[in-house]
Design a protein around this ligand. Structure first.
Ligand code: AKB
Length: 322
């Protein structure tokens, strides 16, 4: 349900997802209705110039309360988080940002009577004991990265607040996200973005995952579509208050390289697995998102060939300054 009276806060608005989601929300609700917030000033000019922007540290409860008072938000998209690979380098910091940040948002939501919250989870909530093929919505979890542990604890926390305090909080377990507008940072799936940049620059790519490492992935237009469809679905359709399984495709580094070689035959890839291989090996290869399909009609538009064509076309345009 869309109301043009809604006032929306996007926290983590300069990140890979936030930068594009903020602009989509501004198209729907109006530029002035969507306040972008991040810990630093945006590099993306369009983000800074198309609507209000606030510098915000999600750990600062007082500043959050001041902003909520000033703007009278009715919805929050809380996207700020430390991802899996950086998380393993800075475990305590990751736990603090990911957990304390979420707690602050949930408390603010209760205190100010904010109607709806979006919070992203991840395939990182699964672990080495999870079935790796067609991983079901409800299954063994046991994540073993600090990022995955924080996302699983966050899911339980969200469901608890939804049940106990009747908060309308909605969430998706994103697979690796691939896009050409804002770069990802600190994830295990980031290679699948970097590889396109290298291919278009016509330089070889050294992959930090082994060639046969399959992971679930999604192109950004599908991630935006899923997030907005979930947030706009009628409340009674949202049966999962922890987080929905979500997927579009699964591929290995060798398969994405082969898909690029159909457009750039000279593209070369080599493999040098590092600590991220172990993280990837603990995650599912394919995801069963049938519950999202049933509850709010989820269907992706992009598979690997269609995404590769679009990524290469757009990166080439960017390179040419178009
Ligand atoms: C990461 O690799 O850490 C993220 C994720 C799958 O949540 N892209």
């Amino acid at each position: 349900m869309i109301s043009l009276k809604d006032k929306i806060l996007v926290i983590g608005a300069c990140g890979q997802l936030g930068a594009e989601l903020t602009l989509e929300l501004r198209k729907i609700y109006g530029d002035a209705q969507v306040v972008a917030a991040d810990i630093a000033v945006p590099k993306q000019r369009e983000l800074a110039e198309s609507g209000p922007f606030e510098i915000l540290d999600v750990l600062d409860r007082h500043h959050l309360a001041d902003l909520a008072y000033k703007h009278e938000f009715t919805q929050i998209y809380h996207l700020a988080a430390v991802l899996s690979a950086t998380g393993e380098k800075r475990p305590k910091f990751t736990w603090k940002i990911n957990m304390k940040g979420l707690e602050n948002i949930l408390d603010l939501t209760l205190e100010k009577g904010i109607a709806k919250v979006y919070w992203p989870s991840s395939i990182a909530v699964f672990g080495p004991n999870t079935p790796r093929q067609h991983t079901p919505q409800h299954t063994i979890m046991d994540p073993n990265t600090v990022y995955g542990i924080s996302k699983l604890a966050g899911e339980r926390f969200c469901e608890y607040y939804a049940t106990r305090y009747h908060l309308d909080i909605r969430s998706l377990r994103y697979p690796g996200l691939i896009s050409y507008k804002a770069l990802p940072g600190g994830g295990t799936t980031d290679y699948a973005v970097d590889i396109y940049y290298k291919a278009v620059e016509e330089v070889p790519f050294e992959c930090y995952l082994a060639e046969d490492t399959y992971l679930p992935m999604m192109y950004m237009p599908d991630a935006l579509k899923a997030t907005l469809e979930l947030m706009h679905a009628p409340t009674e359709n949202i049966k999962i208050r922890s987080s929905y399984n979500l997927t579009a495709m699964s591929f290995s580094p060798a398969e994405i390289a082969a898909s690029i070689q159909k457009h750039i035959p000279d593209f070369k890839i080599t493999y040098k697995p590092d600590y991220r291989q172990q993280i990837a090996a603990s995650w599912p290869e394919t995801i069963d998102d049938s519950v999202a399909q049933q509850d709010w009609n989820w269907q992706p538009d992009y598979d690997l060939p269609r995404m590769t064509q679009d990524m290469i076309e757009n990166l080439r345009k960017q390179k040419a300054g178009l």
